[in-house]
Design a protein around this ligand. Structure first.
Ligand SMILES: [Zn+2]
Ligand SMILES: [Zn+2]
Length: 301
């Protein structure tokens, strides 16, 4: 089903105009900034749900902002990295919309013992000089690295990560490696490069390639992010009709159904319009007015 915009309230304040209406984005050009074929996983969603005409900007050397394999360290936050990619792309694009993404992999921010993948998608509206961001974190990620010193270890790693669907990188040290081997497609090539590095440098590390085109779980995640972005673009301000009306903060304290004590669960979501600053307080976003006692500190300490 193709989602369409609700008609905005025409009594918006005089400083804003209702610009978003059904099919607002249909036929507009969205430039996806990527060197790693991310458009494949993003474009179908944004084309079918919003009607964007997608083009790819592959001229921007996004690797300058940092590589997953560690030759270039990333110094910006992922959000700023995505922002910078859009900025760099302005050299090639003068109108429409820009879209850039950035991923980050490592220990989960709150569940520190598991590995998580975090992705950001940033849409930049050139005419309005406005941006819209979505972020998502998943435990379904393929991110592994280890030191290897013999063929069996190497082959075990390849099997575990699902090579060659999931590609790998072999390098001579974890950080700022002098020798890096990427884009290998056969176990023989990987093993040969391992032997070369062990002989020349005494060390060899193998890791999953996190570039989108070589990492199937990341591709699925980008596809999900594109859906979240479409949801956000489809959500319009009830006052001025502008896109991106979305949750900017939450209130907690949903009462326990047994004892009535406020729990840590979300009771209200605050939606804000970036354009006219109007907001809405939506109660009980989960559709329940009381929380299960298992989440209550009194009933289930
Ligand atoms: Zn508004
Ligand atoms: Zn309780």
């Amino acid at each position: 089903m193709i989602a369409r915009f609700q008609q905005g309230n025409m009594n918006a304040s005089p400083t804003t105009s209702t610009k978003v209406y059904p099919d607002y984005f249909r036929g507009k050009v969205l430039h996806i900034v990527s060197r790693h074929q991310k458009q494949q996983y993003i474009e179908p969603v944004l084309t079918s749900r919003l009607g964007f005409i997608c083009k790819t900007v592959s001229e921007v050397d996004t690797d300058l902002l940092g590589t997953f394999s560690g030759e270039i360290a990333r110094t910006l936050s992922p959000e700023d990295c995505a922002r910078e990619k859009c900025k760099m792309a302005r050299e090639y694009v003068s109108d429409g919309y820009l879209l850039a993404s950035e991923g980050s992999f490592g220990p989960h921010p709150t569940l520190g013992w598991v590995t998580a993948g975090e992705e950001w998608l940033l849409l930049y509206d050139i005419e309005e000089d406005a941006e819209l961001m979505v972020r998502d974190i998943t435990l379904d990620t393929c991110f592994w690295r280890e030191a290897i010193s013999n063929e069996q270890q190497c082959l075990d790693f390849l099997q575990r990560v699902g090579f060659p669907n999931q590609r790998v990188i072999v390098k001579s040290s974890q950080e700022q490696p002098e020798i890096v081997f990427k884009n290998g497609t056969t176990p023989e090539e990987i093993v040969q490069n391992m032997h070369n590095m062990l002989k020349e440098k005494g060390n060899c590390y193998i890791e999953t390639d996190m570039r989108a085109m070589f990492n199937p779980t990341r591709q699925q995640h980008l596809n999900k992010l594109a859906g979240l972005l479409a949801d956000k673009l489809n959500s319009v301000c009830p006052d001025c009709g502008w896109y991106g009306f979305s949750v900017t903060s939450v209130e907690r304290g949903l009462p326990c159904s047994w004892c009535g004590t406020p729990t840590n669960s979300v009771s209200n979501e605050i939606y804000t319009c970036k354009r006219c600053n109007c907001y809405q307080n939506k109660k009980f976003p989960k559709g329940i007015q009381q929380e299960d006692p298992q989440y209550c500190n009194q009933c289930n300490p």
